[in-house]
Design a binder for this molecule. Structure first.
Ligand code: TYD
Ligand code: MG
Length: 388
């Protein structure tokens, strides 16, 4: 049919009324959207979706929570603990996707949650639940239901540290939105990231904290993440990362130590290992520190994961600061380091600067503006880590 005659409702969004969740969705739930929420077991997917159901229902919406992983009693117990009244929420504890869809077709809720796509199955496809053919067929049925009825559907998918068995990867192209809930098991912080969104921007992150009373939105993530940061010790610097368009300050720590091993130990948390290996090679070439023969540990405090190349300069400064046992003081840094030791500018410099200043950090070494060092070696010099 002619494109001009196709009806559409561009701003028909229903807010979940959990601000961080709505932001990651691009403003709320779109009618008929198929949303995949992936994450490692235990990270808090069921908790998040139960809270989302509670918020949506408290706002007058209706939700069908279909679970093949927990009993209805378990969900009732958890929602009582989370202070969710239950009005507007129906629970269905079965593992037959066709039964789930039939129930959702009768009640036509605003949101259908299927927890999880790996534990439901249809009698009309072969293989066991969790297998490729069952996961694909169950998801296809749920997505078709969403498109036919306008009911927004959330599929919960478990992924393992290695990227997941038959699961979310295979579903990513089938759904409209892919959200990933990530967190460090040792920390309460959880990041909800949009990896794909046909209705909004990607690389938007929402921040939550796992508490006794469930996931709570973090009001001032920067303040929370650099709480306890001490610029007076070697090996630490602040990096303003930008998630979506919002800057968040994180503390990058490094520890460099002599080794007795033929292959010095390397351990990186919260940063992209290939980038850090590359950075260490650059540092080895352009300084006399002998980085190649030292153990190097890098950590982003608080369980945040930083994926931007803009973190290069902060990582380099933290590593060298530790190597020469010289503190950087209160300092924020950002910039990409190229293979030849050059510094390359990165987007959103103004926002990063403003966020650092908001938290009282006025000293900055960054690749943008007139004061940009140009070379990594110059940045190390101006930070007072190596002599001119
Ligand atoms: P859950 O939502 O069941 O994880 P997933 O569905 O991703 O497997 O959450 C699991 C963890 O969250 C569990 O180990 C306990 C913790 N938790 C809290 O700390 N506080 C809470 O209020 C709730 C409900 C869970
Ligand atoms: Mg669960």
């Amino acid at each position: 049919m002619p494109l001009a005659e196709v009806g559409h409702s561009s701003d028909a969004r229903r807010r979940v009324t959990i601000e961080e969740f709505d932001r990651v969705l691009g403003g709320g739930l779109v009618d008929g959207a198929a949303i995949l929420v992936g994450g490692e077991p235990g990270v808090g997917k069921s908790t998040l979706l139960l809270q989302a159901a509670g918020a949506l229902a408290a706002d007058g919406g209706t939700v069908l929570l279909a679970t093949a992983e927990e009993s209805a009693e378990q969900i009732a117990l958890r929602s009582a603990r989370l202070g969710i009244s239950g009005d507007g929420i129906e629970v269905l504890a079965v593992d037959d996707i066709d039964a789930i869809i039939a129930a959702a077709d009768r009640s036509r809720p605003d949101l259908l949650v299927v927890d999880s796509i790996q534990t439901v199955a249809t009698g009309e496809a072969g293989g066991s639940p969790g297998g490729v053919s069952q996961v694909r067929e169950a998801a296809a049925r749920a997505i078709r239901f969403a498109k036919n009825t306008g009911v927004a559907v959330v599929l919960v998918g478990h992924v393992t540290k290695e990227g997941g068995i038959a699961g979310p990867k295979l579903l990513e192209h089938m759904v409209d939105v892919v959200l990933s809930l990530e967190g460090d098991p040792d920390h309460g912080l959880r990041t909800l990231r949009s990896m794909k969104n046909r209705f909004g921007p990607t690389h938007v992150a929402g921040l939550f904290e796992m508490r006794q009373e469930g996931l709570a939105e973090v009001a001032d993530p920067s303040a929370a993440l650099i709480d306890g940061w001490r610029g007076s010790v070697p090996g630490t610097v602040v990096f303003p990362t930008v998630e979506g368009r919002r800057p968040v300050l994180v503390e990058v720590q490094a520890l460099v130590a002599p080794t007795t091993l033929p292959h010095p130990r390397r351990s990186f948390r919260g940063v992209e290992p290939p980038r850090v290996h590359q950075l260490l090679a650059v540092l080895d070439r352009h300084t006399d520190l002998g980085v190649a023969g030292l153990e190097v540990y890098v950590n982003v405090v608080g369980g945040m994961r930083v994926v931007e190349p803009a973190a290069d300069l902060a990582v380099a400064l933290a590593v060298v600061s530790s190597a020469v046992s010289t503190p950087l003081g209160p300092l924020a840094a950002w910039g990409e380091v190229g293979l030849t030791g050059e510094l390359r500018s990165v987007p959103m410099s103004k926002r990063r600067l403003e966020e650092a200043q908001r938290l009282g950090i006025d000293r900055v070494i960054a690749t943008n503006g007139d004061a940009s060092p140009g070379l990594l070696i110059d940045a190390l010099t101006s930070a007072g880590l190596i002599p001119d």
